[in-house]
Design a protein around this ligand. Structure first.
Ligand SMILES: Cc1cc2nc3c(=O)[nH]c(=O)nc-3n(C[C@H](O)[C@H](O)[C@H](O)COP(=O)(O)OP(=O)(O)OC[C@H]3O[C@@H](n4cnc5c(N)ncnc54)[C@H](O)[C@@H]3O)c2cc1C
Length: 418
């Protein structure tokens, strides 16, 4: 049986990026059940992140803003944004991985078992031996399911297409806005070229992994009314899952990407998280392999080293509030008001680059955007203790900081007087 240091399950953006980063360092096999370099997603990202990863050739569209609209408000989030050609991104990573000796097989993961020498991965094409599995199988990870690891989950369910539009009929924007229907459906647009647009409808769903096929009829109707004359080039869609796992690693198994619930809640943006985290993650993996620390506790440390707890807590609060925004009669008005109150700061939320000071400011603004008596009515009962506890903790941190500043002021004044 062929033996590897790492078997990566799944060749979506997470699996491909890890394979490209590990290439040339350790022996890697990638097991993908579908065709390589194929996905039905569309990715908006940031010029600096894409450049840092040498993916400039994959940029399909550049802009300096993202538009958020709700029935009564609009927010223009300023940033150097790009839409990338998802196939070119995956093909670039595939080329780098192959050049560094990574092997690929088209097979479906079925199960695995550990023994004293490592782990044996059973697939539809036979068995492979490895020291470590990195599970990048996305929202429906068979390992996460079999081990019953999900503590909490919610999903953006998306269905759409790349379409060709009659020239000059549409102003290209990366934009998100509600359809104002009873099901609280939203429309997302990612311009792709002068005449092509990636467009999809999406819904926020709670405690489910969702089923994009249920949105097909709604997408067809929306396309006909919002973009008359559009011609479908290729279908798009999928589920962006975020949430909380009981554990982010098992003995000889690490999760990365959507399988590890790495999409920031409410934002989604799983491709962006891959770009943000993959280098540190791959470094942690190489360290764990070099020291042969592949037990559950050591691997959990690797998984957590790319996550910031304060950021996770805060995005979870926003996730809970966004559910409130989605369900409320005002259809995202509260959310867009909050973005307007954040002003130039809003881009850090979408980038998931949050400092403690930013979190403090954003929490105070959240209180202003959503009156407490409204929030109380709409936050799901199961999340109430968490949100209440976190908001109280942020309030305590703010009071402690103000008290420290006040004391420091007294000390400075008495030093001067002395
Ligand atoms: C329409 C749409 C728009 C989006 N927009 C953005 C955006 O603008 N910006 C952004 O950052 N993110 C965006 N996302 C989210 C992003 O695409 C996902 O978060 C990302 O694809 C997750 O990557 P992944 O590699 O973890 O999982 P996936 O992309 O789901 O890849 C998992 C891979 O594992 C394979 N696999 C599954 N099971 C098995 C098995 N048993 N054996 C072998 N292989 C298996 C699958 O075939 C697949 O190739 C969007 C997603 C969609 C659908």
């Amino acid at each position: 049986m062929t033996s590897y240091d790492v078997v990566i399950l799944g060749a979506g953006p997470a699996g491909m990026a890890v394979a490209a980063e590990l290439a040339g360092h350790v022996r890697v096999l990638v097991i993908e059940r579908g065709e390589l370099a194929r996905t039905h997603a569309t990715w908006y990202s940031y010029a600096d992140r894409v450049r840092d990863h040498g993916l400039d050739d994959a940029v399909a569209f550049r802009t300096d803003h993202v538009l958020f609209r709700s029935p009564n408000y609009a927010h223009e989030m300023k940033d150097d944004c790009v839409v990338v050609d998802h196939r070119r991104v995956l093909e670039t990573w595939l080329g780098r991985a192959r050049a560094g000796g990574v092997e690929f097989v088209q097979a479906s993961y079925q199960s695995h078992r550990s023994d004293t020498r490592g782990v044996v991965v059973r697939t539809s094409l036979g068995d492979f031996r490895a020291r470590l599995i990195i599970d990048c199988t996305g929202p429906n990870s068979p390992i996460v399911r079999a081990e019953n690891l999900i503590l909490r989950k919610d999903a953006w369910v998306l269905r759409g297409a790349r379409v060709r539009l009659p020239a000059g009929r549409y102003e290209p924007h990366i934009a998100y806005y509600p359809l104002n229907d009873d099901a609280n459906t939203y429309v997302g647009t990612h311009p792709f070229s002068a005449t092509e647009l990636n467009v999809y409808v999406f819904q926020g769903q709670y405690d489910t992994l969702g089923d994009p096929a249920t949105l097909q009829a709604l997408f067809d109707k929306t396309l006909a009314t919002e973009f008359p004359g559009a011609e479908i080039v290729e279908p798009l869609g999928g589920t962006i899952v975020s949430g909380v796992l009981k554990r982010y690693a098992l003995r000889r198994v690490l999760f990365f990407g959507a399988a590890g619930m790495m999409n920031p809640e409410a934002i989604g943006m799983g491709f962006n998280e891959v770009l943000r985290q993959v280098r540190s993650f791959a470094k942690g993996v190489r360290g764990a392999l070099a020291s042969d620390r592949l037990d559950a506790r050591s691997l959990e440390r690797v998984a957590m080293s790319v996550r910031d707890r304060e950021t996770m807590y805060f995005q979870r609060i926003i996730g809970v509030f966004s559910l409130h925004f989605i369900r409320s009669e005002a259809k995202w008005d509260g959310g867009v008001r909050w973005l307007n109150l954040l002003g130039e700061d809003s881009r850090f939320w979408m980038r998931n680059e949050l400092s403690l000071e930013w979190i403090r400011r954003a929490t105070l603004k959240l209180h202003r955007a959503v009156p407490l008596h409204e929030a109380v009515k709409l936050i799901p009962v199961g999340d109430f203790a968490f949100v209440g506890g976190q908001l109280a903790r942020f309030a305590a941190l703010t009071i402690a900081r103000l008290a420290r500043e006040w004391l420091a002021g007294i000390v400075r004044r008495s030093d001067k007087a002395g």
